[in-house]
Design a protein around this ligand. Structure first.
Ligand code: SF4
Length: 493
């Protein structure tokens, strides 16, 4: 245990079985396709603008919001500093109260454990409350391969599952869908739906409720994630808005909870801070409608068998990185997604990872190793809006810059042949090291004015075309600074 959570000075290699964390194609390629989808951009623009305005109002109600943020940051930093101690305490408390704790090094191990546990009950299906960590490990696919059907019960996750789609937002996984699209999915995929279903939100919700109710009442196994795990009592907590999570963790006979090891917090008192920070930052509510908590097993009340699967899957590698480890403080509120100008235009699918948006752009490379998600740290304008919005003050812009530097460093070691960027930088350094070379380069650069229109250059020849593929460049001035200095007579004065 101590060895497993030890903190070597250099991050260990990413573990086997990183699940659905690795992008299938580079971000720039996926983003270009997303940007061409005007319906997607409209859906995202409307949804993020609404959530942003509501969140700002909810946060403004609290005069001590900044102090709460600082408290959240400090609690998470302390929890990460002594993670091994808190996890062992959590394990002991859960087991003392009748639960069983399993440790999984990676996605493959976690899937094997959960599949085996479901099979041991004799069930061929399970109900699930929205859980990003089970998306991360690809649990639904692993269960399906073993002949077990996983039913998503969160409304948005249900839409994603029925649409054979992927989530694109932490909190609103179907944010890229509008009402008309959801109605079509329900009519196509639900065998018990009213054919006269309209796209009125209450009607869509009622259709989902009726569909899920039968599934809930016959479920023998529930599978959940965790928002917070309190080490001092062994209590697990899930916060949600619909009540489906409450049914998942109370109705079935067996409950299996999969938890990333960074979700542990030391005490009940700490939980009070996060239960204020999370709802206002995520759904812009003062309090979550449903906050479910359970501690081990209670005879005659709720599930009579409880298993907690503690998942690493790259987290100890991130923890070992003294700079990167603050990404593990994330409470998955999604505030950084909603304020990000890049996310608002591309949506979550372009990131190619279960964790999209600004935090996904740092968390995914930290979990998999930078080379496996190399384009994500560049998927940002570094405007800083994510840092301002984050309820636990994760400095995402600095992490992005840090990961870009790591990527450059690691690429330097990996490639014997220098990259085009390295060659360009070396040439620039050579030119700038000598005043005559620099002046000659400036004179040559002025010829670029023929490519400009309205003071901007929209397309440069290779290799500079990489810059103008996504943005324009200012036209070179008619005179260099030195010329201007000379011609204005200042040189003599
Ligand atoms: S990084 Fe901060 S703002 Fe973004 S999801 Fe995590 S806690 Fe929320």
């Amino acid at each position: 245990m101590t060895t497993y959570l030890g903190m070597p000075s250099a991050p260990p290699p990413a573990p086997r079985g990183v699940g659905h964390l690795r992008g299938s194609e580079p971000f720039p390629v996926a983003a270009r396709r997303a940007l061409a989808d005007s319906q997607l951009r409209r859906n995202l623009g409307n949804a993020t603008a609404t959530i942003r305005a509501k969140r700002a109002a909810a946060v403004a109600e609290l005069p001590d919001w900044e102090q709460l943020r600082e408290a959240g940051r400090a609690i998470k930093a302390e929890a990460m500093r002594h993670l091994d101690t808190h996890l062992l305490r959590l394990e002991a408390e859960v087991q003392a109260r009748g639960g069983t704790v399993h440790w999984a090094r990676d996605a493959a191990e976690a899937n094997q454990i959960v599949t085996g546990l479901v099979q041991a009950t004799g069930a061929d299906s399970a109900v699930k409350v929205k859980s990003m960590v089970t998306d991360e490990i690809g649990l639904n696919d692993a269960l399906a391969a073993a002949g077990i059907t996983a039913y998503e019960t969160d409304l948005a996750e249900l839409i994603v599952q029925l649409g054979h789609d992927r989530p694109s937002h932490f909190l609103v996984p179907a944010i890229h869908r509008n009402r008309a699209e959801i109605r079509e999915i329900f009519l196509r995929e639900m065998d018990d739906v009213d054919p006269a279903l309209t796209d009125n939100p209450p009607a869509l919700t009622e259709a989902a409720r009726l569909h899920l109710r039968k599934i809930f009442l016959s479920a023998r196994v529930g599978i959940s994630g965790v928002n917070f795990a309190v080490a001092e009592t062994g209590t697990l907590s899930v916060v949600e808005s619909e009540g489906n999570g409450r049914m998942c963790v109370t109705l079935p006979q067996t409950l299996i909870t999969v938890m990333g090891i960074e979700k542990v917090i030391p005490s009940w008192q700490d939980l009070g801070v996060f239960l204020q920070l999370l709802p206002r930052s995520s759904t812009a509510e003062r309090m979550n409608p449903y906050t479910s908590m359970w501690t081990g097993v209670t005879p005659g009340d709720g599930p009579q068998e409880f298993h907690l699967v503690l998942l690493d899957n790259g987290r100890t590698a991130a923890l070992a990185d003294q700079t990167g480890r603050q990404a593990l403080h994330c409470i998955r509120c999604s505030a950084c997604l909603n304020v990000c100008p890049v996310y608002e235009r591309t949506g979550g699918h372009a990131y190619g990872s279960v964790y999209p948006g600004p935090i996904g752009a740092v968390l995914s490379p930290l979990l998999t190793g930078v080379q496996d998600n190399a384009t994500l740290p560049y998927a940002s304008s570094l405007c800083g809006a994510c840092y301002d919005a984050c309820p636990v003050k994760i400095d995402i812009p600095s992490l992005l810059v840090y990961l870009r530097a790591r990527h450059v460093e690691e690429s330097r070691h990996d490639h014997r042949v220098p990259s085009a960027e390295a060659l360009t930088m070396a040439a620039a350094a050579w030119v700038m090291a000598d005043p005559r070379r620099f002046a000659a380069a400036q004179r040559a650069g002025k010829s670029g004015r023929v490519l400009s229109r309205g003071g901007r250059m929209r397309a440069l020849p290779p290799p500079l075309s990489a810059w103008t593929r996504a943005r324009d460049a200012p036209a070179p001035p008619a005179a260099t600074f030195r010329q201007w200095w000379r011609e204005s007579g200042r040189e003599r004065s």
